[in-house]
Design a protein around this ligand. Structure first.
Ligand SMILES: NC(=O)C1=CN([C@@H]2O[C@H](COP(=O)(O)OP(=O)(O)OC[C@H]3O[C@@H](n4cnc5c(N)ncnc54)[C@H](OP(=O)(O)O)[C@@H]3O)[C@@H](O)[C@H]2O)C=CC1
Ligand SMILES: Cc1cn([C@H]2C[C@H](O)[C@@H](COP(=O)(O)OP(=O)(O)O[C@H]3O[C@@H](C)C(=O)[C@@H](O)[C@H]3O)O2)c(=O)[nH]c1=O
Length: 296
């Protein structure tokens, strides 16, 4: 097995790199500087020269609000890039493991979303991620589209880091309490992707033609509002001595925190299918919080 990871400088990419090294799995890491995911010619050479057996695409345009004013760039990275990778996956007959988002849903449901539920993105980011999913389904046959949500880690930019920064700058914060989802640790997503890649590889070697490809949901095991997530972060940070004073965190309605992009009100993902097909359990995000805070 030799895994090619794109987006290696992102928060998921760095967690993948850590775990591939720790598990001594042969791999090639590509940052945007190494190779743009749209650069088919360069990627073709890398795949052939390294004997790549699967691609994990952790590259993406993830600036939800900025996407509203940069739709072309978001389209290039979230749709054209995955299209190019899907075509390479088909040409080399190797699986493509791609990561997508809970923001493909409109949020009008009141029970956890399963993989076959109707999509309906509320903003440009979600729309481009959905279009990327559709392009992969059109151009590749051996694909895993892993939708995840509310990703946090010790790396990059994420809600946890924003909250810790704001807590140092202000005594009072307002955080929306009427948007509900599942925080997910990027290290757990990395582990889930590697486990799926490994199982696909084994099944392929054994000639099991019905390898389980398709869309899968992977997210945290407990749903909360952004306000609830902020409180969990502050309480854990305070307990670990990483934060002296917990700010006052007012629970506010979405209308009092206006943003360029509309976000789904409810985007809880059911992880039952992944657990059934691959034996991968949901991310126990509360359990890993303290470890992540200690690395900050
Ligand atoms: N963050 C979240 O809360 C969530 C993320 N997801 C999905 O998970 C995946 C990983 O997200 P995350 O790790 O947070 O994302 P990041 O924004 O942290 O990382 C994305 C990486 O992609 C790289 N990249 C951007 N454009 C290109 C390109 N054209 N060619 C090659 N590389 C490129 C970026 O490079 P550079 O560093 O140079 O900018 C960056 O390192 C994405 O598919 C995202 O949509 C899903 C749900 C929630
Ligand atoms: C900073 C801040 C945000 N908020 C709100 C705004 C928004 O509704 C919510 C989350 O804010 P953020 O902008 O940090 O998170 P956002 O960029 O919307 O996070 C999303 O990123 C993409 C990539 C995904 O795929 C999603 O799953 C999700 O994780 O919290 C407050 O209410 N108060 C605050 O002080």
């Amino acid at each position: 097995m030799h895994l090619l990871v794109t987006g290696a400088n992102g928060q998921l990419g760095q967690c993948l790199a850590d775990q591939l090294r720790a598990q001594a799995i042969p791999h090639t890491l590509l940052t945007r500087q190494d190779a743009d995911i749209n650069d088919t010619v360069v990627l073709e050479k890398i795949i052939a020269n390294n004997g790549v057996t699967a691609i994990i695409n952790a590259a993406a345009y993830t600036a939800v609000d900025k996407a509203e004013s940069e739709p072309e760039l978001a389209q290039r990275i979230n749709v054209d890039g995955p299209t190019a990778l899907a075509k390479l996956s088909a040409r080399f007959d190797i699986p493509l493991l791609h990561v997508s988002t809970d923001y493909v849903f409109d949020g009008n449901q009141q029970t956890p979303y399963i993989e076959t539920d109707a999509t309906g993105p509320t903003g440009v980011y979600g729309q481009t991620k959905l279009d990327g999913e559709l392009a992969i389904q059109r151009h590749a046959t051996k694909y895993i589209i892993m939708r995840t949500a509310w990703v946090f880690s010790e790396y990059g930019n994420n809600f946890l880091k924003t909250m810790l920064r704001l807590a140092k700058e202000r005594d009072v914060l307002g955080v929306v309490a009427d948007q509900v989802g599942c925080p997910t640790y990027a290290g757990d997503i990395a582990q889930a992707l590697i486990s799926v890649a490994r199982q696909l590889h084994e099944r392929e070697k054994q000639g099991l033609a019905e390898a389980r490809y398709g869309i899968y949901h992977y997210a945290g095991d407990e749903a909360v509002s952004w306000h609830g997530f902020a409180m969990a972060i502050f309480e854990e940070a305070h307990q670990r001595g990483a934060l002296t004073n917990i700010p006052v965190v007012n629970a506010i309605a979405t209308q009092y925190y206006p943003t360029p992009a509309k976000r789904p009100v409810y985007s809880v993902l059911s992880t039952v299918k992944l657990s059934h097909d691959y034996g991968v359990d949901a991310s126990d995000w509360r359990a890993v919080l303290s470890g992540v805070l200690l690395k900050n």
